[in-house]
Design a protein around this ligand. Structure first.
Ligand code: ATP
Length: 870
């Protein structure tokens, strides 16, 4: 049987669908059942049991298991049982956290999955690529990913990047012609393949293979795995954790030696050293980061920002430059035509008279050289073009009718580098090319001008007058397109070289008002020490007018055109960018240079983009941001964040979320480390002062593995607050463990350690078991109370905010019930190596634990006052 590239598009349709018509909805369903989803089968996922078992691979858990076995041998079956139970509960907690974090990340991936436009039931509809099936007809535009393998049915200057499949990085020009004989994959230019993408032009194809049956599916096992990389913060914490673990293990080994030398029981000394190591080593650090990051990304997704790369959440907190497109991001992208400029006069939209030849020609040009459609109010296409066909409908010239009467014979699609688009039609028996695009680009290509029904030579004076008019429109923040045409004689196939010697018809100006929220978001950025910068393909004067309205630009000198940076060296550009807030008429290459210049000045840069050519700039930026609604699939793939509402304000909100997430992670770490430090100090003190060890191993395990994890996670889920936007961006390379941070951990740990030892000494006046019980109770409760201290760097004791974290309150109550139960329920005493407390002693424990609250809050208040004075 012949391959699809060896038969025509029509024959292919017959072979796949048995008909030339597009699939009906019922047929689609049947095909989906028969061929399954259009997905590559990923490597097997880990089961919950596997995740549970992995919890026991941890170095510390292995030590604990050894410790349990040792105590079992030494005849201490109770201790062995307690250790094993605690480890199991801890492993269950760990499994639940890991499974939840994985679920939330995979649901996030689904949200940002690729889409395809297919022809079904007579309409073009966007669907998730996974739902594309054999027999579907898929429409392709520049920037689209090709979702399946198939035979091309239509190609208008279509170029495809097939490098993922063939390694060929140059775009391959495609056409629909049947190929005779056998040719290799790269030469089958009438076929498109899943995994490649459209770099230029338009087209459509019939799906002939999906999922694992595609060419890329056949080599799927060779594709690189998509496992999440660890974020810089996780790596940083892992390294810190490793170093700290070594120090602690050495310390514990010394303590073990000292205890044995003092004549202690070797088994007990070993158990204690192990328990102290477990208590002191912050093994949960990196998993807390995963949980908090995944919670943060869920919240961001609800607020219209979908994170595609987990690192972006951390990076957002350090963003100091936000480069944003104008159209649709800072403006509403709801365009309406305001004026015509024809016959050397400005004509407001309500005075357009299509009985006049030049005005009628301008309108015809604007609906024919146009890809948008509006069927029963459903607008598909570029809003600039939609505005033009909507005006046509209002004036009785319907796009669909005009396009049927004068069908398109050839075209040069719009691209944002060339800033032009042209189409060819037969009008009144002549081949006529219509060109529309940026006025400054178009004016260089004129030969004549139409005035009423006459065509005469285009003069320098015409050019000057039109430029002045363009300037006037632009000053009002209007977007302007120029229109021209020419007869091409016998030629019925367009090339880019044809876009010269044109006849000027007129200008059309359109209004695209700024989004209401843009101004406030720009002000918020500035307050947060972030510089907002507009980078647009539009005219400089239009861009500056809009930028002024929303507060990005203060003086006209802060606006420039992309071409101005062409002749600058990278060094010169680094100085230049400082004074510029608006870049107009920018090409994608300019975007990369601007990002790089800011990065070299030590900034973390966020950059938005939507077109296929924006992908390199999005990759270069620290946080590449793609547009969910108007963005191409390629730009979404290159971005680390996708905005589902295309809104600038969402980026600012995401920065706020990023800062909050980082702060919460930091608070969680502070909670864990300061509590651990308090325990170590108490042990150290006892050891130096020649007192009995203040805790039994089971105490430390109880605190570290049970009552401590929940507040740490709860702190990570602390409600976000806006005050993070009052600070400057966090320096890029700043380690989380700054001197200031370590000092805080030190003082807070000291406070917890002191209160714990006071409790110990009070109990020690009676007996060692009571001392140890009171020390255990105080340390455990103090750490629960300390959770509230770690909510903020500022004192919050008398604020509403103190009670705003329901998870923290829950963790506190649960922890308190557990520790009180252990101390007060007689049946548990022997297991947990404690003795009964009197009510007075119980309240002494609570009291000493709570003392940490005012003390640490006071320290925070003093620090705050000191910071303000500075
Ligand atoms: P931004 O970069 O902020 O999204 P933009 O939409 O103006 O702004 P581009 O889409 O790159 O950027 O367009 C650049 C210029 O090309 C526009 O200013 C306009 O003059 C012209 N243009 C835009 N859309 C079309 C189109 N569909 N056909 C012809 N010319 C167009």
């Amino acid at each position: 049987m012949k391959e699809f590239y060896q038969i025509s598009g029509e024959e292919s349709k017959q072979r796949v669908n048995g008909t030339l018509e597009p699939l009906t909805m019922e047929e689609v369903k049947k095909h989906q059942e028969k061929y399954g989803p259009n997905e590559l089968v990923e490597g097997k996922k880990k089961t919950t049991i596997q995740i549970f078992l992995e919890q026991f691979k941890d170095f510390l858990v292995i030590i604990l298991i050894v410790a349990a076995v040792v105590s079992g041998f030494l005849g201490d079956a109770e201790s062995a049982a307690v250790i094993l139970i605690v480890i199991t509960i801890n492993a269950i907690l760990g499994t639940v956290q890991t499974v939840k974090a994985e679920q939330s990340l995979s649901s996030l991936k689904k949200l940002s999955g690729p889409e395809a436009k297919v022809l079904r039931g007579g309409n073009i509809i966007p669907i998730p690529s996974a739902k594309v099936t054999v027999g579907d007809i898929v429409m392709l535009d520049a920037g689209d990913y090709i979702p399946a393998d198939g035979r091309l049915l239509e190609s208008a200057s279509l170029k495809v990047d097939e490098s993922a499949l063939t390694g060929e990085s140059l775009g391959v020009e495609k056409n629909t012609e049947t190929i005779c004989g056998e040719v290799p994959l790269g030469d089958r230019i009438n076929m498109v393949y899943s995994g490649s993408f459209v770099t230029y032009g338009r087209g459509s194809f019939l799906v002939t293979g999906i999922g694992m049956e595609t060419e890329v599916g056949k080599i799927a096992s060779l594709l690189k795995s998509t496992s999440e990389k660890r974020t810089p913060l996780q790596i940083n914490l892992d390294q810190f954790g490793q170093k700290l673990s070594i120090i602690i293990l050495v310390f514990c080994a010394i303590l073990f030696g000292v205890n044995v030398l003092r004549g202690g029981n070797i088994g007990d000394a070993f158990l204690f050293a192990v328990a102290l190591a477990v208590a002191a080593i912050p093994e949960a650090l990196s998993s807390i980061v995963t949980i908090v990051l995944s919670f943060g990304t869920q919240k961001m997704a609800k607020e219209h920002a979908i994170i595609r790369k987990l690192q972006a959440v951390e990076g957002l907190g350090s963003v100091s430059i936000i480069c944003s497109d104008k159209t649709g991001t800072l403006t509403q992208n709801k365009m309406t035509v305001e004026d015509y400029y024809v016959n050397e006069t400005r004509v407001p939209v309500d005075q357009i008279d299509i009985k006049r030849p030049a005005q009628s020609m301008l309108l015809l040009c604007s609906v024919l050289c146009n890809d948008s459609t509006n069927v029963d109010g459903v607008e598909i296409g570029d809003p600039t073009e939609t505005a033009l066909i909507n005006l046509g409908s209002r004036l009785g010239v319907f796009a669909q009718d005009a396009r049927e009467k004068y069908p398109r014979e050839s075209e040069n699609p719009f691209d944002s580098d060339r800033k032009l688009m042209s189409t060819l039609h037969t009008i009144d028996g002549n081949h006529v090319m219509i060109v529309k695009g940026a006025v400054d680009v178009l004016l260089n290509r004129m030969k004549s001008i139409q005035i009423h029904d006459q065509v005469r030579d285009f003069t320098e004076e015409d050019r000057r007058i039109i430029e002045a008019q363009n300037q006037e429109f632009s000053k009002g923040g209007l977007r302007v397109l120029g229109f021209a045409y020419k007869e091409t004689g016998d030629r019925c196939d367009l090339t880019l070289e044809d876009e010269t010697d044109l006849v000027f018809v007129g200008l059309i100006s359109m209004m695209d008002p700024p989004r209401e929220e843009s101004k406030a978001a720009v002000a918020e950025c500035k307050k947060a020490g972030i510089r907002p910068i507009m980078i647009t393909g539009d005219h400089k004067v239009t861009a500056a007018a809009i930028a002024k309205r929303i507060g990005i630009l203060e003086q006209d000198s802060e606006a420039c055109e992309g071409a101005e940076i062409d002749h600058m060296s990278d060094e010169q550009l680094k100085d230049f960018v400082e004074g510029i807030s608006v870049y107009a008429r920018v090409s994608p290459e300019h975007k990369i240079r601007i990002v790089r210049a800011w990065q070299e000045k030590g900034n973390i840069v966020s950059m938005t983009g939507d077109g296929v050519n924006d992908a390199p700039a999005l990759k270069q930026a620290d946080i590449g941001v793609a547009m969910g609604i108007t963005g191409s699939e390629v730009s979404k793939d290159a971005a680390s964040m996708v905005l589902t509402d295309d809104n600038f304000a969402t980026i600012v909100k995401a920065v706020e979320n990023g800062r909050n997430v980082y702060r919460n992670i930091k608070n969680s770490i502070q909670f864990l480390l300061s509590g651990n430090f308090g325990a170590i100090l108490a042990v150290l003190y006892a050891s130096i002062a020649g007192l009995p060890v203040p805790f039994a191993p089971v105490h430390l395990l109880f605190i570290n593995l049970l009552t401590d994890s929940l507040p740490a996670i709860a702190l990570g889920l602390e409600p976000h607050s806006e005050d993070v936007m009052e600070e400057k961006p966090r320096p890029m390379n700043e380690s989380i463990l700054t001197k200031d941070f370590l000092l805080k951990i030190g003082t807070e740990g000291l406070s917890i350690g002191i209160t714990t030892m006071i409790a110990f000494m009070i109990g020690y006046r009676q007996n060692a078991l009571l001392a140890s019980t009171m020390a255990f109770g105080t340390l455990c409760t103090a750490r629960l109370v300390h959770g509230f201290n770690c909510k903020s760097d500022y004192p919050v004791l008398f604020q509403k905010r103190f009670f705003n974290n329901i998870y923290l309150i829950g963790a506190f109550v649960l922890g308190l019930v557990l520790i009180t139960g252990v101390m007060m329920v007689p049946g548990l005493h022997s297991i947990f190596k404690v003795q009964s407390l009197s009510i007075g002693q119980l309240f002494t424990v609570y009291g000493l634990a709570v003392v940490n609250l005012p003390v640490i809050q006071l320290i925070k208040a003093v620090k705050q006052a000191y910071r303000k004075r500075k």
